[in-house]
Design a protein around this ligand. Structure first.
Ligand code: NAD
Ligand code: GLY
Length: 374
């Protein structure tokens, strides 16, 4: 397996990526944790088989490990589910030496990570991401948390895992729509940080969609390298550097919350959000239309939406997605300070800058330009 270090002094940890040997996970955690009392595996109900083989890979006795199943889907990132998990921890007599293992996508990683951050004021935890989105983004960097009906991810903590274990075989069972959703965050890395990687995505789009193993491995490794570099330099998003990872997210989080969680997958909402942000950058004269077109073409090539849809469940939600409602929801975003919205906007492919002085009328125009376009 390849390994990438997230360098954060005492909170440093490795990300392992590839197809592991049978004993790989046991060796990896034992070299980092010497005093575990028990392991509690929090698993998405759709990936119980992956959790079972993860438990086997941990190399523990049955009495040393418990598994808690969480219903799949964004609505599980809730206060209610969190409360249930805290109660389970009490029943299982979890103590300070208990290690949490998150097996699932970003929902489980964020939820189990917040459980680890809050139980006994902090337990060690392992991230075992099973979606592309979680492999390239959410399992790395220590952002954990839950949603409120009013806004996404507003209750949470920075809490780094002890290691991230990416077994690429999990991609074999991932449904197409979920895979494509992960590709939105992949495109994001190209636009915000790495023009060469963006070019590579364009050139290898077919192989990426076929999930060819060597291509997939390169893709996950590059995204994790980029994320690790950013997190190492600005762990708690205080200098503005980590904020670049939020490209498209101010719009995207509002879409997710207003359409009710799960209508648009996270990556789908981010794809629309990046398109809105791209249009805003264009209107502000800081981006060119050819770059916006390249971004749009790549997102569409990956089967991602670049506008608010008129069809199906998403259409039923479109009444809630008026520009005025979106603006209100965006003001609840964590990037808002002193009531002012901050946007991460591209200046060229591979580079973004933060803008805090954007007129509401331009934001509305950017939203309207992406409404009902498909
Ligand atoms: P998810 O966790 O809901 O998983 C998507 C779906 O795939 C679920 O239905 C799940 O049951 C299923 N699934 C997972 N692995 C599978 C597999 N191997 N085979 C078959 N089915 C599988 O969604 P996601 O896209 O992984 O994550 C989205 C969440 O991540 C959002 O809540 C978002 O806010 C969060 N996020 C967090 C960060 C962070 O830094 N913490 C970054 C980006 C996104
Ligand atoms: N996904 C944004 C971040 O980790 O900062």
């Amino acid at each position: 397996m390849q390994s990438i270090e997230v360098s954060l002094d005492q909170r440093s940890y490795p990300i392992f990526i590839g197809v592991p040997e049978a004993t790989g996970l046991a060796l990896a955690w034992r070299s980092r944790i010497s005093d575990a009392s028990k392991f509690i595996v929090i698993v998405d109900s759709q990936v119980i088989d992956i959790a079972r083989s993860t438990i086997q890979g941990l190399g523990l006795q049955t009495s040393e490990v418990a598994m808690i199943e969480v219903p799949s889907g964004e609505p599980s990132k809730s206060v209610e589910q969190m409360h249930r998990l805290w109660s389970c921890m009490a029943s299982l007599r979890a103590d300070r030496k208990t290690v949490i293992v998150a097996v699932g996508g970003g929902v489980i990683g964020d939820l189990a990570g917040f459980l680890a951050a809050t139980w006994n004021r902090g337990l060690r935890f392992l991230q075992v991401p099973t979606t592309l989105l979680a492999m390239v983004d959410s399992s790395v960097g220590g952002k954990t948390g839950i949603n409120l009906p009013e806004a996404k991810n507003v209750v949470g903590a920075f809490w780094q895992p002890s290691l991230v274990w990416i077994d690429l075989r999990s991609m074999n069972s991932l449904p197409d729509r979920e895979y494509r959703s992960g590709l939105a965050e992949v495109v994001k890395y190209g636009v915000i940080l790495d023009q060469e990687f963006f070019d590579w995505l364009e050139s290898n789009a077919d192989a990426i969609l076929r999930r060819e193993s060597s291509i997939l491995e390169h893709l996950v490794v590059r995204c994790c390298e980029l994320k690790a570099q950013v997190v190492t330099q600005d762990e708690h998003e205080t200098t503005g550097l980590r904020a670049v990872l939020n490209y498209g997210h101010t719009f995207g989080h509002a879409i997710e919350a207003l359409a009710s969680y799960g209508t648009y997958l996270h990556g789908e909402a981010i794809s629309i959000g990046m398109t809105m942000a791209g249009r805003l950058a264009l209107a502000l004269g800081q981006w060119d239309s050819e770059s916006l077109n390249r971004q749009t073409r790549l997102l569409e090539r990956f089967g991602l939406p670049v506008g608010l849809s008129l069809s199906g469940q998403a259409h039923a939600a479109s009444d809630s997605l008026t520009p005025t409602r979106m603006l209100d929801a965006m003001r609840l975003d964590k990037k808002t300070s002193h009531g002012k919205l901050n946007f991460i906007l591209p200046t060229k492919i591979g580079h973004v800058a933060s803008r805090g002085d954007v007129e509401a009328a331009l934001i509305v125009e950017a939203i309207e330009a992406c409404q009902f376009s498909r």
